[in-house]
Design a protein around this ligand. Structure first.
Ligand SMILES: [Mn+2]
Length: 340
């Protein structure tokens, strides 16, 4: 843990939130279900405590988060409209990230703002930039931390709050199958269902609500899957050409990396996504293999079993063999170590 990062617990985080009047919530670029669900729940709770709250993100919510974005306003950052608001706030809450660079084009404005900054997050090893960190790496999701903050505060869990938290938990646990899916988490989920969450409709709106083009893109990606290291590493690649051919975008490859891990015998997988001006790498692994260290070799980071990095100034065909080699090395080190 970084020494210059001030860690606070959920009770203290609740105190800070309730002491503020004018609050901005923000999160990482290409916000996912956990980022948006956490914002949605916190927004609802703070609004019912009569706070001024705005959600300002660098990117708009994806289509499959309409169940949230139809109910409240997720504003997309525009310097002319929002810098004054960021400056005038008492508190900026940065959710679901441990590295300020992940707020992308909002970084300068958030850094420059005189508002206090609170990070609420579950990624490992937060980088110092905010005043306080409610950092809980053992949490399944940022949404689970939000639940604990609101619970410690004695805040009533309404249907709206419960829905936001549920969306965050479901998406970050891969529908209750990833690491950190605990008995405690299921007890929280029971309370969310009691508060009125409809799991059937929620799941359908998030996962069974894709445009057909996404499926055509998925077909292209999966048919090109590569295997290395005796079938223990799989690599998926999506090029700018595939996006163009199928009329899709980066938001359509969310979670696609998990297909690489769904193959028998695979211990680690990566998805390489060619974007405009950069290449995104998503890593996944299971059991003995950790990919956080692999991501760090590419200047990224994340969790043990789910991590990511961004590569610049390199072509996909040059990057792919390096990613494959790094994953093979991690698999061999973890699985082929001689018994001592
Ligand atoms: Mn998360």
């Amino acid at each position: 843990m970084n020494g210059s990062v001030r860690i606070i617990d959920t009770a203290e985080a609740g105190h800070l939130l309730w002491a503020a009047k004018d609050i901005v919530l923000t999160t990482h670029a290409n916000p996912d279900g956990d980022a948006l669900g956490s914002q949605f729940a916190l927004y609802q709770a703070l609004r019912s405590a009569d706070k001024q709250v705005r959600i300002i993100n660098c990117d708009a919510p994806p289509e499959n988060m309409m169940l949230l974005s139809e109910r409240i306003q997720f504003e997309t950052y525009d310097a002319d409209a929002h810098d004054t608001i960021l400056n005038g706030a008492d508190l900026i809450v940065v959710l679901d990230l441990n590295d300020i660079r992940r707020i992308d084009r909002m970084e300068a404005a958030v850094r420059a703002s005189g508002a206090a900054k609170l990070v609420i997050d579950h990624h490992l090893e937060p980088m110092p930039f905010a005043d306080q960190y409610c950092s809980v790496p053992e949490a399944s999701s940022t949404a689970e931390i939000i639940f604990d903050i609101l619970d410690a505060k004695g805040c009533m869990v309404t249907e709206a709050i419960a829905t936001g938290i549920y969306v965050g938990i479901v998406t970050d646990t891969g529908s209750f199958r990833f690491d950190r899916t605990t008995a405690r988490l299921h007890r929280i989920v029971a309370r969310l269902l009691e508060a009125g969450v409809d799991p059937v409709t929620t799941h359908r709106l998030i996962y069974d609500n894709y445009p057909v083009n996404r499926m055509r893109l998925l077909g292209r990606i999966l048919s090109g899957i590569q295997q290395y290291c005796d079938g223990r590493v799989s690599l998926l690649i999506v090029t700018a050409e595939m996006f163009a051919d199928t009329g899709t975008g980066v938001e359509d490859v969310e979670n696609v990396v998990n297909n690489g891990l769904a193959i028998r015998g695979v211990e680690a997988a990566a998805l390489i996504t060619e974007m405009e001006g950069a290449i995104k790498i998503s890593f996944r692994s299971r059991a003995r293999v950790g990919v956080d260290n692999v991501a760090r070799q590419f200047d990224g980071g994340g969790h043990r079993y789910a991590a990511g990095a961004t590569a610049l100034n390199i072509a996909v065909e040059d990057l792919a063999p390096r990613v494959a080699a790094a994953l093979c090395e991690a698999v061999r080190a973890a699985c082929d170590a001689p018994d001592t």
